[in-house]
Design a protein around this ligand. Structure first.
Ligand SMILES: C[S@@+](CC[C@H](N)C(=O)[O-])C[C@H]1O[C@@H](n2cnc3c(N)ncnc32)[C@H](O)[C@@H]1O
Length: 313
């Protein structure tokens, strides 16, 4: 662990606590444990919880949590959220009563220059949540073709200057390997115009860094894989809450909700249902819940957070 003091303000805390568990639930899973801020508050509120399972794919965060989170009801696993079935098998548990995912990276990861997530801090261009496996962002920017880079930056970053940025990366790397966050930030800033003053300012490299982080960690595939297994891991009436931070993540969650909330899918002209499909979930939050201005003032990360909660039928 670096000597950065780990800090992370949990977003939408009161709302998450409200929907995290059925009142009498006994087993809770935090699939993105981080520094455990949400879990701490949930354990505080739901006294009937006998076991909280904290999962994080980042070994460094988990090490910190193991050393600093003193809570007899908590057990921690270094794994991906989509590995939940294996985690439950390991604990000889079949189903749980509440699952929370708070997606993305924590402020601790962002603030640590060694992890390479932030364009505002100079460090190696890494961006892996689990620094023990997979390709780094430097591997991607130095090896992918121009069209592959453009696709990643355009799709995952929703960055309209994707083509210019990809061209600029290819030009730069023809004379020097891209190694650091500030090198990449400069390559992007050289071709992305500054926002006009009347538009809320975001750093020109924000979207490119987000895109590469998503690609490095296969974040969207991971959400889909998790959602494929989530309902099987929940008891009837169990709650599933997901906080996402951009529209790509939220779209996957919304599609999952639409698919599972529907009953009969027979064509309307059929006089009786022959498909037999029943809804498998119900909504706890009718629409996505966003942070209030007050919270956003204290914690700008909350600006793009949105929470959706459902219960298994
Ligand atoms: C936004 S932070 C969570 C913060 C946490 N709720 C808290 O209050 O401290 C996200 C954390 O989840 C981890 N993470 C992100 N996606 C994950 C996944 N699919 N599986 C496991 N861990 C994940 C990251 O490493 C990071 O530590």
């Amino acid at each position: 662990m670096s000597n950065i003091k780990p800090e992370h303000k949990p977003v939408l805390l009161d709302q998450v606590v409200k929907y995290a568990m059925p009142e009498s639930g006994k087993i809770f899973v935090d699939g993105t444990f981080g520094l455990g801020g949400h879990t701490r508050a949930i354990l505080e509120k739901y006294k009937k919880i006998e076991l909280a399972i904290g999962i994080d794919r980042d070994p460094e965060i988990l090490k910190y949590a193991r050393e600093n989170f003193d809570e007899p009801r908590l057990t921690l696993f270094q794994a991906k959220a989509s590995d939940l079935p294996a985690v439950l098998e390991n604990l000889r548990i079949e189903k749980v009563d509440g699952i929370l995912l708070d997606l993305g990276v924590s402020s601790y990861q962002l603030d640590n220059p060694d992890r390479g997530f932030s364009f505002s801090k100079s460090g190696p261009l890494d961006m892996r949540m689990n620094a023990d496996e997979g390709e780094t962002a430097a591997d991607l920017v130095n090896t992918l073709s121009q069209s592959e880079l453009e696709k990643i930056i355009f799709e995952y970053g929703e960055e309209r200057f994707g083509r210019k940025i990809a061209e600029s990366i290819i030009r730069y790397r023809s004379s020097k390997t891209i190694e650091t966050t500030d090198e990449l930030a400069k390559i992007v800033c050289d071709v992305v115009p500054n926002q006009p003053k009347n538009i809320k300012h975001i750093h020109p490299a924000t979207r490119t860094f987000q895109a590469l982080r998503i690609a490095v960690n296969h974040e969207l595939d991971e959400i889909s894989e998790f959602l494929n297994i989530a309902l099987d891991c929940l008891n009837p009436n169990g709650h599933l809450s997901i906080i996402s931070f951009h529209s790509l993540e939220d779209r996957i969650v919304k599609n999952f909700i639409q698919k599972n909330i529907k009953g009969c899918v027979c064509p309307p002209q059929f006089p009786v249902c022959v498909c037999g499909k029943k809804p498998t979930i119900k909504l706890l939050t009718r629409k996505a819940i966003f942070a209030e201005d007050d919270e956003i003032k204290k914690n700008p990360r909350a600006r793009s957070a949105r929470l959706r909660s459902i219960a298994k039928i």
